[in-house]
Design a protein around this ligand. Structure first.
Ligand SMILES: [Zn+2]
Ligand SMILES: [Zn+2]
Length: 418
């Protein structure tokens, strides 16, 4: 049995070609030069005013269409340092120099090429039908989502001084759900994420003379274990939070006690108080373990990446999903609960003090599923975002993604009557 797939708009061959082109030419965060110029070129061909270079490689387009509210539609454009293994005839073979100087494969393993293409498709439809709506549309093609930096870079570059400030921020992310399903969660929908670097300073010595050392390896080990007690002993069981030590480095030889150790931590949380409690706990434990060891120097804790919690506004999400329900029927809408993944789209909303409505767009082949709901066993089998095997199925995801954006925008922009 396969699922019924609702109708989007008909599949536009020019959009399919553009999608495949973007898919074959992925670019890492803040290097989306080719992508941005293709986006701007296409917008200008539609007679839409477009500005490039916003926050590095971001593109902003504005469609002013009379009185009414301002809706911001957002897509991200960056790819990941992943070597594609989808077997598709339009798979990426691109490589680039990664952050550490090594050569890495580059792929649109998170589907941002689909987001970009869908937003261009939505721009084409809405700009081609100006007599049916009024208000202002701001189209944001954001760089560097995967680096947790693109949204903030655009805001810092004057996004809301140079372009109209929105009354609502709307956006979507393609997901492994079957195409034809749209999912959204009210309130804290995606986790806040903090990545920290902890530098522990000890005193190096010959491996045979521990009495001359302050051993940072032992300090690091004790610190890692004690950090586990923040979630297990300090956070109430009703709160969801994660603390992972994903990297630990010290020394290079068995018979040398090194002078330093470095840990990298990732923290996931869903509210500010819990986040602050965990951050305070990390600082307290790192300092206390160093003090317990008699370290010659205080350790340092540096945050190098932060995604704030993505909070969907209750009324905004309800309004958007009412429109999706009218289009798709309620059976095609899901509430996946709060996700552990992270996104920087929330920065575009909080910086404008505007409500956010952000949803997941199903992108997997519907014929692989039986029920298509969250208990469908196929969900555990289909590749997920960031996998080298991840790529959404073009038909019908592309046309559904375009229609979703148009439907969401129209839920906010008043209809014109002749
Ligand atoms: Zn991603
Ligand atoms: Zn993504």
């Amino acid at each position: 049995m396969s699922l019924t797939v609702p109708a989007g708009t008909s599949l536009d061959p020019a959009l399919v070609a553009l999608y495949k082109d973007l898919h074959q030419h992925p670019e890492l965060g803040f290097r989306e030069h080719r992508t941005a110029s293709l986006v701007a070129e296409r917008l200008r061909a539609l007679d839409i005013e477009a500005t490039t270079g916003v926050g590095g490689t971001g593109v902003v387009a504005v469609i002013r269409n009379g009185p009414g509210p301002t809706a911001l539609l957002r897509a991200d454009m960056d790819a990941l340092p992943v070597t594609e293994d989808t077997g598709l005839d339009y798979a990426s073979t691109v490589t680039a120099t990664g952050a550490d100087g090594s050569v890495v494969g580059v792929a649109h393993a998170c589907g941002h090429d689909l987001h970009t293409t869908c937003l261009l498709g939505a721009a084409q439809q809405l700009a081609g039908d100006l007599s049916s709506w009024s208000g202002t549309l701001v189209l944001v093609f954001q760089p560097a989502e995967e680096l947790a930096a693109g949204a903030q870079a655009m805001v810092d570059d004057g996004l809301y001084d140079r372009f109209p400030r929105p009354d609502v921020v709307l956006g979507q992310h393609v997901s492994p759900l079957p195409a034809g399903k749209i999912a959204g969660h009210h309130g804290a929908a995606y986790a806040g994420s903090d990545s920290l670097r902890v530098r522990i300073v000890g005193k190096g010595a010959h491996g045979s003379m521990p009495q001359s050392s302050v051993d940072p390896v032992v300090m690091a080990a004790a610190t890692v274990l004690r950090l586990q007690t923040i979630i297990s002993r300090e956070i109430p069981s009703t709160e969801v939070a994660v603390l992972t030590v994903g990297s630990i480095h010290a020394g290079q030889a068995a018979n040398v006690i090194p002078g330093e150790a470095e840990l990298q931590l990732n923290i996931r949380s869903y509210d500010d108080a819990t986040r602050q409690h965990i951050l305070d706990g990390v600082g307290r434990i790192v300092r206390a373990e160093a003090a317990a060891a008699g370290a010659p120097e205080d350790p340092t804790v540096t945050e190098f990446e932060r995604f704030p919690v993505v909070v969907n506004d209750d009324d905004a999400l309800a309004r958007t999903f009412q429109a999706f329900g009218d289009w798709l029927g309620p059976d095609h809408l899901l509430d996946p609960g709060a996700g552990a993944g992270s996104e920087d789209v929330g920065i575009l909303a909080t910086s404008a003090d505007a409500p956010l409505s952000f949803w997941l767009l199903g992108g997997s082949d519907p014929s692989l599923f039986t029920t298509g709901d969250l208990s469908d066993p196929a969900l555990l089998k289909v590749p997920s975002n960031h996998s080298p095997k991840y790529a959404p199925v073009i038909d019908p995801t592309l046309s559904l993604g375009v229609t979703a954006l148009v439907t969401a925008a129209r839920a906010w922009l008043p209809a014109r009557t002749a």
